[in-house]
Design a protein around this ligand. Structure first.
Ligand code: SAM
Length: 341
């Protein structure tokens, strides 16, 4: 018996760190700019790294199928694979570079305390970053720089799977949409692209709205507006549809119902709420990504990932009816619940 899986799992973090480091050093960016295969010497010089270290890093990236090799005169040259060019270079419209940075600099450090998180049943900001976790988003946004990094993390995935989420139900009847906790506006943009007649108001904390306005949503996005506020305290905009994307997974069941009840009160009759989350199978058997994300929620938030039925129960407890969910086949799924006319 050979414990292949266990050996792979034991060393899985070596793979993550290889990807983090290659991105951080700019290996994929240098190869993109060169427009021709480069030698290890050329890449190490361009990024200011040791030749020996770079040769090993490039070899590992080749093994991970993130780089192609080309042999010429018994010398090896490297180029980006198609996936590396599209997803690992900084300038690509579908870049995951900022997400990888956040995984490397923040999430990885929190996961160092996973054992404590499981023992204590709570997030690990105090140990990982020396900040109080009493107010979750004060801990997450412990500096302006951290907040912007988080916003980039939130932004990138919707360029990849936002369309699937917003089209998993036909949202055409909903013209006035409010994206609660809409952050950088990436999902709002996907809504306005998919539904030419809708307008979207991004409701978020004041400092998030300020940065989103300045750096993420341009004047060209004319159908996207903003409202600053605290969705647990301040009055919410009246809308036909409220989107809660990756919001409820941050909070306990009690807090979720509190928020959903507030939404139910202001939602127009015939309106709806759309939850966007990574849904667990009903028997908890998968998908692995959602199971791992639920551990991540333990380490980083007050919430958890849930099944479609668990989200439906939260919505029903807040007054919503006719609740359905759709799986997209990608990371994030959608649950839609209605307010009766
Ligand atoms: N919906 C976005 C997405 O999926 O990319 C962002 C999800 S992020 C996990 C949670 C968002 O909720 C952040 O933008 C955060 O600033 C916002 N948020 C957290 N607490 C809030 C509050 N009390 N009032 C308003 N927004 C809040």
């Amino acid at each position: 018996m050979y414990p292949r899986k266990i050996l792979e799992y034991m060393e899985g973090f070596l793979i993550s760190k290889t990807v983090f480091t290659s991105c951080e050093l700019g290996v994929f960016d240098v190869l993109l700019a060169a427009e021709r295969p480069l030698s290890a010497e050329e890449i190490s010089q361009a990024v200011g790294a040791s030749l020996d270290g770079m040769q090993r890093l490039l070899a590992a990236c080749t093994g991970l199928q993130l780089l192609n090799t080309h042999w010429d005169n018994r010398q090896v040259f490297y180029s980006n694979t198609e996936q590396s060019r599209v997803f690992l270079t900084r300038s690509s419209p579908l870049s995951l570079y900022q997400s990888i940075q956040y995984s490397s600099r923040t999430i990885y450090l929190c996961w160092h305390y996973l054992t404590d998180a499981v023992r204590e049943g709570r997030n690990q900001y105090e140990k990982a970053f020396g900040v109080s976790s009493k107010d979750l988003f004060q801990a997450l946004y412990r500096s302006d720089e951290e907040m912007v990094k988080f916003m980039h993390l939130m932004n990138s995935i919707w360029n990849i799977c936002g369309k699937d989420v917003v089209t998993s139900f036909d949202l055409t009847p909903f013209k006035v949409i409010c994206d609660l906790g809409g952050c950088s506006g990436a999902l709002a943009k996907q809504c306005t692209l998919a539904y030419p007649e809708c307008t979207v108001t991004i409701f978020d904390l004041p400092k998030v709205v300020r940065v989103s306005r300045e750096h993420f949503v341009t004047e060209a996005d004319q159908r996207i507006g903003f409202q600053e506020g605290d969705f647990f305290k301040d009055s919410l905009p009246v809308a036909d549809l409220y989107i809660l994307a990756r919001i409820l997974h941050d909070w306990t069941d009690e807090r979720c119902i509190e928020l959903l009840c507030r939404i139910y009160k202001v939602c127009k009759p015939g309106g709806a709420v759309l939850l966007v989350e990574a849904l667990l199978n009903e028997d908890g058997s998968g998908p692995l990504t959602a199971q791992l994300y639920s551990l991540n929620m333990l380490v980083q938030t007050e919430g958890r990932e849930r099944t479609g039925a668990q989200y439906a129960a939260l919505m029903a407890a807040s007054g919503f009816t006719n609740i359905q969910h759709h799986l997209t086949g990608k990371i994030y799924d959608a649950v839609l619940g209605h307010k009766e006319t």
